[in-house]
Design a protein around this ligand. Structure first.
Ligand code: AMP
Length: 289
C-alpha cells in the first residue's frame, strides 16, 4: 500500500500525465472534491482496475479539488469538509498512483480565467434550476481536468445523476476522447446515500435524512407493483419527505438519458429527489424497476 504521489501544481501534473500517456500508459481519472468516503472508494478501486486493463499496469489517478466555481453565493464553499491527509491514506488503500490537489484554487482558476463550458439541455431542470451556474462550474472544471490529464477513462458516481448526464453530454458534444464510466450509488447500511455533506447532519437530522432513500424505495416498490402514474408516485414520495420534516426542492421521474420528466414511470426511468434537512441539502436517486 504505497502512498500516492501528491502533486499540487497543475502544470507539473499535466507534464507527468502527458509523458505517461506518451509512454503507453493507460490513465484512469477520478475527479473529487475530497473528504473521501466509501462512495469515492468504489470509484478509486474501479479506476485502479480500469487503468490496469490490457495486462499492463496503468496509472490510476485522482483529483481532490473543492471547485469554487460550482458553488453558488450562500452555499457551503467556505465550510465544505476537508481532510487531505485522510484522503491520501484512502487513495493509498485503493491503489491510486498520483493525486492532484491544488493548494490554491487560483492555480486552476486564475484571476484572468474567462472560458466556460455550458451544457444546455440536461443542465436545466432539477439541481440546475435551484443551483444556477452549478453545472457550468462542474463542466468547466471537468473539461480542464480532462485537458490536464488526458485520461483514457474517467469515473463518476450515479449519486450525482444529473452531473453524470452533463458530463456525458459535454464529452459527446465536444468530441472529448474520454470514456465516461458511471458507478452505482454506495449507501450506508440503513440506505442513506454516502455523501461528504452527511457530516453536517446532527444525529436527529441523520434520522430524518433517511426519508430520501425510503421515499425512493417505496416508489420503486409501488412501480414494481404496477403503479406507473408518475404524478401519484411523485406526490407520495413528496409526502414522505414532508412528513419527515425535509424541505423538498424537487421530486421528479425522468427519462434516464434526456432527463426529461415522464408522465408514466416505465421500467428504467429514474426518480430523483433533492431536499433540505436542517441546513443540509441532500440528493438521491433510484432507477425504477
Ligand atoms: P464529490 O467529491 O462529491 O464531487 O464526488 C466525487 C465523485 O464521487 C462524483 O463522481 C460523485 O458522483 C461520486 N460519489 C459521491 N458520493 C457517491 C456515492 N455515495 N456513491 C457513488 N459515487 C459517489
Amino acid at each position: 500500500m504505497n502512498a500516492p504521489e501528491l502533486i499540487t501544481d497543475p502544470a507539473a501534473w499535466q507534464a507527468r500525465c502527458f509523458a505517461a500517456r506518451d509512454g503507453g500508459a493507460r490513465l484512469a481519472l477520478v475527479p473529487t472534491m475530497g473528504f473521501l468516503h466509501d462512495g469515492h472508494l468504489s470509484l478509486l478501486r474501479a479506476a485502479r482496475a480500469r487503468a490496469d486493463e490490457g495486462g499492463r499496469r496503468g496509472l490510476a489517478v485522482a483529483s481532490i479539488f473543492v471547485n469554487p466555481t460550482q458553488f453558488g453565493a450562500g452555499e457551503d464553499l467556505s465550510r465544505y469538509p476537508r481532510d487531505l491527509q485522510g484522503d491520501l491514506a484512502k487513495c493509498a488503500a485503493a491503489g491510486i498512483d498520483w493525486v492532484l490537489a491544488p493548494a490554491d484554487p487560483r492555480a486552476v482558476f486564475p484571476p484572468d480565467f474567462q472560458t466556460w463550458v455550458t451544457v444546455e439541455g440536461v443542465s436545466q431542470g432539477l439541481c440546475g434550476a435551484s443551483r444556477p451556474g452549478h453545472f457550468r462550474g462542474v463542466a468547466t472544471v471537468v473539461a480542464k481536468l480532462f485537458n490536464l490529464t488526458r485520461p483514457h477513462v474517467a469515473l463518476f458516481g450515479e449519486k450525482d445523476y444529473q452531473q453524470l448526464a452533463v458530463i456525458r453530454a459535454m464529452v459527446r458534444d465536444l468530441a472529448m476522447n474520454v470514456e465516461v464510466v458511471g458507478m452505482p450509488i454506495v449507501r450506508e447500511p440503513d440506505g442513506l446515500a454516502r455523501s461528504s455533506r452527511n457530516v453536517y447532519l446532527s444525529p436527529e437530522e441523520r434520522g430524518r435524512a433517511l426519508a430520501l432513500s425510503r421515499a425512493l424505495r417505496e416508489a420503486a416498490e409501488l412501480a414494481g407493483g404496477g403503479e406507473r402514474d408518475a404524478a401519484s408516485l411523485r406526490a407520495r414520495a413528496r409526502a414522505r419527505l414532508e412528513d419527515a420534516g425535509a424541505r423538498v426542492d424537487y421530486v421528479e421521474i425522468v427519462h434516464p438519458d434526456s432527463l426529461a420528466p415522464v408522465p408514466r414511470a416505465d421500467p428504467g426511468c429514474v426518480m430523483l429527489v433533492a431536499a433540505q434537512v436542517g441546513a443540509t441539502r441532500l440528493i438521491d436517486n433510484l432507477r425504477l424497476p
